[in-house]
Design a protein around this ligand. Structure first.
Ligand SMILES: CC(C)(COP(=O)(O)OP(=O)(O)OC[C@H]1O[C@@H](n2cnc3c(N)ncnc32)[C@H](O)[C@@H]1OP(=O)(O)O)[C@@H](O)C(=O)NCCC(=O)NCCS
Length: 147
């Protein structure tokens, strides 16, 4: 079973860093200096943990501006709804915190994933860390289809 924990950087940075390094730096070749920023210390982080092994398998980060960032699931564990459980947890958190709208910069390859949760594309495609992205927004973050 997968459990989604809301964690602080200071308490869980080893697990958060491991997943983000594997997915973004190693797999997607994002430069190490682009991956880490000063927002980690103050952001709300989410960790997907396999309760039987105790292994952390995925991350997401929510910024005080209402932005969802750093969605990542370790490659061997994708397509098992772990990313969906993480995003659902972030959206519920945003709704509880009173956000009327949340947004993110989606990698082009992940647009379909976010559309399932009701995110809508806005604006032109742009490059960030060598990867094509597009801004997506979602109103009423507490309302989504998480089947
Ligand atoms: C994007 C990511 C987090 C999704 O995590 P996941 O655990 O594999 O996703 P889920 O299993 O919850 O998938 C949910 C649904 O979205 C779909 N989906 C998943 N990734 C998708 C993608 N890249 N494009 C389109 N659809 C996608 C799945 O097919 C599934 O559809 P279904 O409900 O019809 O079966 C994961 O693929 C990942 O870590 N990718 C590498 C890092 C990355 O690109 N992050 C996004 C940065 S913007």
């Amino acid at each position: 079973m997968i459990q989604i924990d809301s964690v602080k950087w200071a308490d869980a940075q080893a697990a958060l860093k491991h997943i983000r390094r594997e997915v973004f730096v190693v797999e997607q070749q994002v430069p190490e200096e682009d991956e880490w920023d000063d927002q980690d210390a103050t952001a709300e982080h989410f960790l997907a943990v396999d309760t039987s092994s105790g292994q952390a398998l995925g991350t997401a980060r929510f910024l005080p501006s209402g932005k969802v960032t750093r969605m990542a699931v370790l490659q061997p564990h994708r397509s098992q709804k772990i990313g969906s459980q993480l995003l659902a947890a972030v959206l519920r958190h945003a709704a509880r915190a009173g956000f009327q709208q949340v947004y993110l910069d989606a990698q082009i390859s992940a647009i379909g994933f976010y559309e399932k949760f009701g995110f809508i594309r806005e604006g032109e495609v742009f490059w960030d860390a060598g990867i094509e992205h597009v801004r997506m927004t979602k109103d009423e973050p507490g309302i989504f289809d998480d089947r």
